[in-house]
Design a protein around this ligand. Structure first.
Ligand SMILES: Cc1cc2nc3c(=O)[nH]c(=O)nc-3n(C[C@H](O)[C@H](O)[C@H](O)COP(=O)(O)O)c2cc1C
Length: 192
């Protein structure tokens, strides 16, 4: 059978965004790593986990930010401006054990929150599929592009950006559910 040029191009385009593990018989092994300061990203991570049989990993800091949000903001701003990223508690998990890594965090200062930067600095994704998700108050701003620039050797899936007010008002459920399913928790073919 001879395929038309259009069919071939369409198939090639689809293949380009279907991660290799989606053809495997076994469901993918998924790591869901997140950092959350006020709980929004944690809530998204927990909702996602309901869809994906993931190993949850909370990114924690050796010296956590103070609970006073103004002091936390001051410190994170200083870290960002001086490039002194916060030390994490313990080692990040070994990504070799997973097919897909989901990484969630808040937008801080129009970019990736500094604890996520620390996590990325210490992680080599070794060609694994990576899906990023983030929560924000006003705008996702440069989160996705800055995350991509700092993630070593990642094969990116489309990200999920959630507004905190949508989350609080129950308007983010569909986006979270469908992203969780599309990222391949069930091992079914992905059409991201
Ligand atoms: C230090 C700090 C900086 C922030 N900067 C931004 C920002 O630049 N843009 C934005 O939309 N939201 C910003 N936010 C709001 C958070 O992104 C938002 O509240 C997010 O949902 C918090 O996630 P978390 O509860 O998981 O920590 C900032 C919050 C903090 C504490």
């Amino acid at each position: 059978m001879q395929l038309s040029r259009r069919t071939m191009l369409t198939s090639m385009a689809a293949m380009a965004i279907v991660p290799s593990w989606s053809f495997a018989a076994e469901p993918p092994r998924i790591l869901l790593a997140y950092y959350s300061y006020t709980g929004n990203t944690r809530s998204v991570a927990e909702k996602l986990r309901a869809h994906v049989g993931a190993q949850l990993f909370e990114i924690r800091m050796a010296d956590p930010y103070p609970s006073d949000i103004r002091k936390a903001a001051e410190r994170s701003r200083y870290e960002l401006e001086t490039g002194t990223l916060p030390a994490l508690l313990g080692d990040p998990p070994d990504v070799s054990d997973y097919d897909l890594i989901l990484v969630g965090g808040p937008v801080w200062w129009n970019t990736v929150a500094t604890p996520i930067m620390s996590f990325l600095e210490r992680t080599d994704f070794r060609g694994r599929s990576v899906g990023l998700f983030a929560t924000y108050a006003l705008t996702p701003s440069h989160y996705e592009s800055n995350f991509a620039a700092q993630a070593h050797n990642a094969f990116f899936l489309p990200g999920l950006m959630i507004n905190e007010f949508d989350l609080a008002n129950g308007r983010a459920g569909d986006a979270i559910d469908s992203w969780g399913i599309r990222t391949g928790s069930t091992g079914r073919a992905n059409t991201l």
